[in-house]
Design a binder for this molecule. Sequence first.
Ligand code: ZN
Length: 176
Amino acid sequence: MDNVILDLDDFAENKENSEECLQLLLEQKSKFPNLKVTLFAIPYYLNKDNSTFFHSIKYDWIQFAIHGFYHHLNECTLWDYNTALQNIQTAYNMGCFVKGFKAPNYRINKGTIEALNDLGFWVDELEKESKRSYNNHPWRVHGHTWNAWNGIKQVIERNLWNENTKFHFINDIMEK
Ligand SMILES: [Zn+2]
């Protein structure tokens, strides 16, 4: 592919969600210096503030966007507008995320979309309900940080990019 927007879900302070993923990304970066990746990271994975861990990963080719709050199943369908506003603001104030959001399993309600609109976030979502919806971009390469059928390892094995590929952050695409 000439252009790639790589995004991976479920980055968190947890061995399975970060260790191998980071190692593989660093290997890819050494082979393909243009590499950029958007990691959808879980602010309070296992009910714990993960931000110190996220802050410890200081690479200008990695951006973090917000992926739920605890990553409980359906959590973003259960929030009312004010809860959504509070949770998203709490996560954003950790200081490690761009203004981008994806709900766990893409399951999101109107109140959460409204809160994200009011906070000026773009949203990776299926229903195109947000004012700034990131949805099935032709350059999109999507996967997971852990060992899923579309885990980072499996994504790399597909050989989708080469040394001439231009990589883009979702955030850069959404600024335009
Ligand atoms: Zn997820």
